[in-house]
Design a protein around this ligand. Structure first.
Ligand code: MN
Ligand code: FE2
Length: 317
C-alpha cells in the first residue's frame, strides 16, 4: 500500500507511534548528535602551509584522490533521492527519518572536498581527467542507473540492486578504502590536520550510511529470500570495477611519466609509502565482513533484523 491510497493511517497517531529501538531510528538519533559538523568550521590554515611542503608526486596523489572523492560525493548526493522516495512510499517512517540525515551529510561531504580544493590546493582545472574507465563505469553508469530505476520500479529487486551499488560498493568498498588511504598516508606524516579532521567526520558519517544499507539489505533478504541471489549477482558484476578503481590509482603512480618525474626529483619511495596490496586487502576485508552480516539475515525474521546492533554493522561511535 502506498501513502496516497485512501484509508491513510498515520503511524504517529496510531498505537505504533515511533519505534526507537529499530536500527534506523538509533542511527537517526546518532546522526543528530554526530552528523551536524559544519564543513566551514574546519580550519585549513596549517593545511595550506603543509601543502607547500609536499613534493610534486605527493601533490598529484592528493589531487587525484580529491578528484575521485569530490565527484563521488556529488554523485551520491544527486543520486540518493529515489531510494528515499521508495522507502517513504512504503510508509517506513523510521527509515525515512534516518535517510533525511543521510542526504544532508552527503551534501556536506561534497562541500568539504570542494572547499579543500579551492582553499588549500587552489585547483580550478578539469579534474574529470582523473576519472578512468573503472571509475566511469561505476559513477557515470551503474550508480545513477540503479538509483534512477527506482522512480519507475521500486520493487525489492530494484531496491536491492540500488543498495548494493550505493551502500556496499560505492560507500562500503570505494569510500571506505579511500578514506583509509588518505588517513594512513597523511596521518602517518602528521600533515593536513584540517583535512584529517574532515575525513574523521566523513568516516563516522559513512559508517552510519553503510550501517543503514546493511540493515536495508538484511531486511529485504529476510522478507524475500531470493534477494540474496540478486545481491550476489550484483556484487559479482560490480566488484571487478570497484577493485579496478583502486588498481587504477596505483597504476597512475607507476606510469613512465610519473616515474621519470620521481627520478628527477630524487624520490625513491612511492608517494606517502603507499602499498597497493594494503588497500586492496583492506577493501576486501571490509566488504567480506558485511557480506557475512547479509548472509546471516537469510532465514531471520524482520523483528530480528530490527534488532541488528550498531556493532554488528560496523557503526562508529
Ligand atoms: Mn559521503
Ligand atoms: Fe555516504
Amino acid at each position: 500500500m502506498t501513502v496516497t491510497e485512501t484509508g491513510r493511517v498515520f503511524q504517529t497517531t496510531s498505537e505504533r507511534r515511533l519505534n526507537h529501538a529499530m536500527l534506523p531510528m538509533r542511527l537517526y538519533h546518532k546522526a543528530k548528535k554526530l552528523g551536524v559538523w559544519d564543513p566551514r568550521d574546519i580550519d585549513f590554515t596549517q593545511d595550506q602551509r603543509d601543502w607547500q611542503s609536499l613534493n610534486e608526486a605527493e601533490k598529484r596523489t592528493v589531487i587525484r584522490l580529491c578528484a575521485l572523492f569530490v565527484a563521488g560525493e556529488e554523485a551520491v548526493t544527486l543520486d540518493l533521492l529515489p531510494l528515499i522516495r521508495a522507502v517513504a512510499r512504503e510508509g517506513r517512517l523510521e527509515e525515512e527519518m534516518y535517510l533525511t540525515t543521510f542526504l544532508f551529510e552527503e551534501a556536506k561531504h561534497t562541500e568539504v572536498f570542494r572547499r579543500f580544493l579551492d582553499e588549500v590546493v587552489g585547483e580550478t582545472s578539469d579534474l574529470s581527467v582523473y576519472h578512468k574507465d573503472n571509475y566511469r563505469k561505476i559513477f557515470y553508469e551503474y550508480l545513477p542507473q540503479a538509483m534512477e530505476r527506482l522512480i519507475d520500479d521500486p520493487s525489492p529487486e530494484a531496491q536491492a540492486e540500488a543498495s548494493v551499488t550505493y551502500n556496499m560498493v560505492v560507500e562500503g568498498v570505494l569510500a571506505e578504502t579511500g578514506y583509509y588511504a588518505f588517513f594512513n598516508s597523511l596521518q602517518r606524516q602528521g600533515k593536513m590536520p584540517g583535512l584529517m579532521q574532515a575525513i574523521g567526520y566523513l568516516k563516522r558519517d559513512e559508517s552510519r550510511h553503510i550501517g543503514y544499507g546493511t540493515y536495508l539489505l538484511s531486511r529485504l533478504i529476510s522478507e524475500h529470500p531470493h534477494i540474496w541471489d540478486v545481491v550476489n549477482r550484483r556484487i559479482n558484476l560490480l566488484m571487478p570495477y570497484a577493485l579496478g578503481v583502486v588498481q587504477d590509482l596505483f597504476a597512475e603512480m607507476e606510469t613512465p611519466e610519473s616515474q621519470q618525474l620521481a627520478a628527477e626529483l630524487g624520490i625513491t619511495e612511492p608517494p606517502f609509502g603507499f602499498d597497493p596490496n594494503e588497500f586492496l586487502g583492506y577493501a576486501t576485508k571490509q566488504f567480506q565482513s558485511r557480506l557475512h552480516v547479509l548472509e546471516r539475515a537469510r532465514g531471520k525474521s524482520v523483528d530480528e533484523i530490527y534488532k541488528l546492533s550498531e556493532e554488528t554493522v560496523g557503526v562508529e561511535a
